[in-house]
Design a protein around this ligand. Structure first.
Ligand SMILES: [Zn+2]
Length: 311
């Protein structure tokens, strides 16, 4: 990405235009060979601009490349994006209701995998209402989110156990959690590997991790790629990042586990088994648990076409 293009984007964000970007290795497999998949993406609803997305040529993972440094993203979340999404009272009420309903459906879906009462962590919990159905059933819960306005509402208005922090800074007790959920936030964090490392330390043996990601495109490709998503998980790459941290995927599905409010998202449920799963991670990719660059191009074209025909 040329400095002049970077400046243009920073100007759009209203941020310091001297920030630099650099190329990163694949966040899942560590491979340094990545190839451009989409140069111009959605900056917001009406504006498109340059912010390249690359595909890892080893495992098929899609992520923004090049990227800014950590401090940039702290400012980005703390300020521009945070302010942009502060909810008005009426939509807070809606969000509370939706999150509660999602939590209830999630509890019912997971009931058979879980102990009667346990300890839960919600990473990127927003207001924190997905934990309410668990709290009601006697679970110990904690959630965190970098958006101050959400967290303060949850804490002050609803008395929920939420903290305002970036998930990279979580401090968790070792082997203390029966359930960790990351519902669509691993795509936004600065360092997904650090977040997963922390989750791995905190989960109990046979504990459950639930990942939710946007999954396959449900609209035109030009809107699928947007600036707030630093990476894009599909079913296969959710399973890969689970395995990298010792979780055995037991179910990967497009079935709307948490109801109809987030159409098209995909879920991966994994059970923590530790080293025996971690060891197999790189060999699995070598043996074909991967998507090629052409697979990804084919997939994007396919969804672009069927989504255009829908309208
Ligand atoms: Zn990779």
């Amino acid at each position: 990405m040329k400095q002049i293009e970077i400046k243009k984007y920073l100007k759009f964000l209203g941020m310091d235009t001297t920030e630099k970007m650099s190329f990163k290795n694949c966040e899942i497999c560590g491979n340094k060979n990545t190839k451009l998949i989409k140069k111009k993406i959605s900056w917001n609803n009406n504006k498109y601009g340059i912010l390249p997305v690359h595909c890892c040529l080893n495992c098929g993972f899609l992520f923004q490349n090049p990227r800014f440094n950590k401090n940039f993203y702290s400012r980005y979340y703390g300020k521009s994006y945070g302010e942009e999404v502060i909810l008005k009272k009426i939509s807070i009420r809606n969000t509370v209701k939706t999150q509660k309903e999602r939590g209830e459906l999630l509890y019912k879906f997971l009931e058979n995998y879980l102990p009667k009462k346990g300890n839960m962590l919600d990473v990127g919990s927003s207001i924190g209402c997905m934990m309410i159905p668990f709290l009601k059933r006697g679970w110990k819960c904690e959630g965190n989110d970098p958006f101050k306005s959400f967290v303060e509402y949850g804490k002050n208005n609803l008395g929920l156990p939420v903290k305002c922090l970036q998930s990279e800074d979580m401090q968790l007790k070792k082997r203390s959690k029966d359930l960790i959920i990351i519902m669509g936030s691993l795509e936004h964090v600065y360092n997904p590997n650090l977040v997963m490392q922390k989750c791995e330390k905190a989960i109990k043996k046979n504990g459950i991790l639930v990942l939710e990601a946007r999954g396959d495109p449900i609209g035109p490709i030009k809107n699928f790629f947007n600036q707030s998503h630093h990476r894009y998980f599909f079913g296969n790459t959710m399973e890969l990042i689970m395995r990298k941290y010792g979780f055995e995927p037991i179910l990967t599905t497009k079935y709307p586990i948490t109801g109809p409010t987030r159409p098209g998202t995909q879920f991966c449920i994994g059970k923590y088994k530790g080293n025996k799963i971690k060891k197999t991670f790189k060999n699995l990719i070598k043996n074909g648990k991967r998507e090629t660059y052409l697979d990804i191009i084919f997939k994007l074209k396919y969804y672009d076409k069927i989504n255009k025909n829908k309208k």
